[in-house]
Design a binder for this molecule. Structure first.
Ligand code: AMP
Ligand code: GLY
Length: 341
C-alpha cells in the first residue's frame, strides 16, 4: 500500500514511523515532511496548507491512504476535497473539525451536549468583552476563537493581564482573524491530561493517556505553547474516570456529530483538567496531539494501518487495541526565543 502523510512536525515523524512498521505499507510520501521523516519516507515539497496542490498530488499518485496530521489542512477542508476525489482519508471533515478550529463552536457544542466544560461567554465586540471583565474577576482565561497554534489561550492572573490579553487579541490582532471572536472563560485548576481516541463516525477507541507540559520554560513557567514535553501513559485518571470521560465526553461528541450529518472519522482529542475526582474539557482537537503522538504511537502494538482502515470503514467496534506495557517520554528542544519567533 502507498500512503501519503500530510504535515511537517514531530507528530508526523511519529506517524510515518508507526506506518513504516506496518507490513501492509510499501511506500510512504510526506508533504512536506522534515529532516527526520526523510529517512523513512519521501519528502514532497508541498505545504500542508496548500489544499489544491495536495489534492492534485494525491490523485496523480493514486495513494491508497492519506493521513492528515495537523489541524490547519483539516480546518481548510482537505479531507472533504480528497474524499470527493474518491481517496481514503484519515482525518475529520471540515464541519467536524470545527470542534477545534472554532472555540466558540466547540464551547457551544459542549454546552448543548452537556459535556462538562468551564463556564464561558463569547464576544465579537471589544467594548462588550472589556465590560464583561469588570464583573468577572481574575483569574480568568481569554482565548482567540480561531486557530493559533496552541498560543491563543491566555490564562490571566489579574484584571490588568486580562485587559491586556483582550487588547492583544482583538485590537492588536496578534492572531489575525482567529481573534475576531473571543471566548472568555472561568479559570479551572488541577492537572491537565490528554485523552485521545480513534473514531470511525460512531465508535470510539481510546488510547493510553498522555500528559503534555505546555509552559514554555523550565519549572512550568512562562507562556503557553503547543507543548514542550509529554509522557505516556499518564496515571491521572483511574479506570472509572476514564470510563466517565468516554461516556460523558468522547461518545456524546461522536454521536452528536453523526446526528448533525458530519460523522467524525479520525483522532478525537479531549484536553482535560482533572481535579478532586472530576474533570472538565479544556479543549477539543481534531487530530493527534504534538507531542502526544510521539509518546502514544510507539506504545500502540496494533498495526496503525489496521486501526485506520477500521476507522474509515466504520468497523472500529470489531478491533481491540493492544498497548505495550512500557512508558514513553518526549522532550522538546526549541530554538532560543521560542515561542515568539
Ligand atoms: P486551549 O487552547 O483551549 O486548550 O488552551 C490551552 C491551554 O490553556 C490549556 O492546555 C490550559 O493549560 C490553559 N487553559 C485553557 N483553558 C483554561 C481554563 N478554563 N482554565 C485554566 N487553564 C486553561
Ligand atoms: N499538545 C497539544 C496539542 O497538540 O494541541
Amino acid at each position: 500500500m502507498k500512503v501519503l502523510v500530510v504535515g511537517s512536525g514531530g507528530r508526523e515523524h511519529a506517524l510515518v514511523w508507526a506506518l513504516h512498521r506496518s507490513p501492509q505499507v510499501e511506500e510512504i510520501h510526506i508533504a512536506p515532511g522534515n529532516g527526520g521523516t526523510d529517512k523513512l519516507a519521501k519528502n514532497v515539497p508541498i505545504a500542508a496548507e496548500d489544499i489544491p496542490a495536495l489534492v492534485d498530488y494525491a490523485t496523480a499518485q493514486q495513494f491508497d491512504l492519506v493521513v492528515i496530521g495537523p489541524e490547519i489542512p483539516l480546518a481548510l477542508g482537505l479531507s472533504d476535497a480528497l474524499r470527493a476525489k474518491g481517496l481514503r482519508v484519515f482525518g475529520p471533515c471540515q464541519a467536524a473539525a470545527r470542534i477545534e478550529s472554532s472555540k466558540a463552536f466547540s464551547k457551544d457544542f459542549m454546552w448543548e451536549n452537556a459535556i462538562p466544560t468551564a463556564e464561558y461567554h463569547t464576544f465579537q465586540d471589544y467594548g462588550e468583552a472589556l465590560r464583561y471583565l469588570d464583573t468577572h474577576p481574575a483569574p480568568i482565561v481569554v482565548k482567540a476563537s480561531g486557530l493559533a497554534a496552541g498560543k491563543g489561550a491566555i490564562v490571566c492572573q489579574s484584571q490588568e493581564e486580562a485587559q491586556e490579553a483582550l487588547c492583544q487579541i482583538m485590537q492588536e490582532r496578534a492572531f489575525g482573524e482567529a481573534g475576531d471572536t473571543v471566548v472568555i472563560e472561568e479559570c479551572l485548576v488541577g492537572q491537565e491530561v490528554s485523552m485521545l481516541a480513534f473514531a470511525d463516525g460512531k465508535t470510539v477507541a481510546p488510547m493510553v493517556l498522555a500528559q503534555d507540559h505546555k509552559a514554555a520554560y523550565d519549572g512550568d513557567r512562562g507562556p503557553n505553547t503547543g507543548g514542550m514535553g509529554c509522557y505516556a501513559p499518564a496515571p491521572l485518571l483511574d479506570g472509572d474516570l476514564q470510563q466517565r470521560v468516554i461516556e460523558q465526553v468522547l461518545q456524546p461528541t461522536v454521536d452528536a456529530l453523526r446526528r448533525a450529518g458530519t460523522p467524525y472519522i479520525g483522532v478525537l482529542y479531549a484536553g482535560l483538567m482533572v481535579s478532586e475526582g472530576g474533570f472538565h474539557v479544556l479543549e477539543f482537537n481534531c487530530r493527534f496531539g504534538d507531542p502526544e503522538a510521539q509518546v502514544i504511537l510507539p506504545l500502540l502494538k496494533t498495526d496503525l494501518v489496521t486501526v485506520i482502515q477500521a476507522c474509515i470503514d466504520g468497523r472500529l467496534d470489531q478491533i481491540e487495541l493492544e498497548w505495550d506495557n512500557q512508558n514513553c517520554v518526549c522532550v522538546v528542544m526549541a530554538a532560543g526565543g521560542y515561542r515568539d519567533s
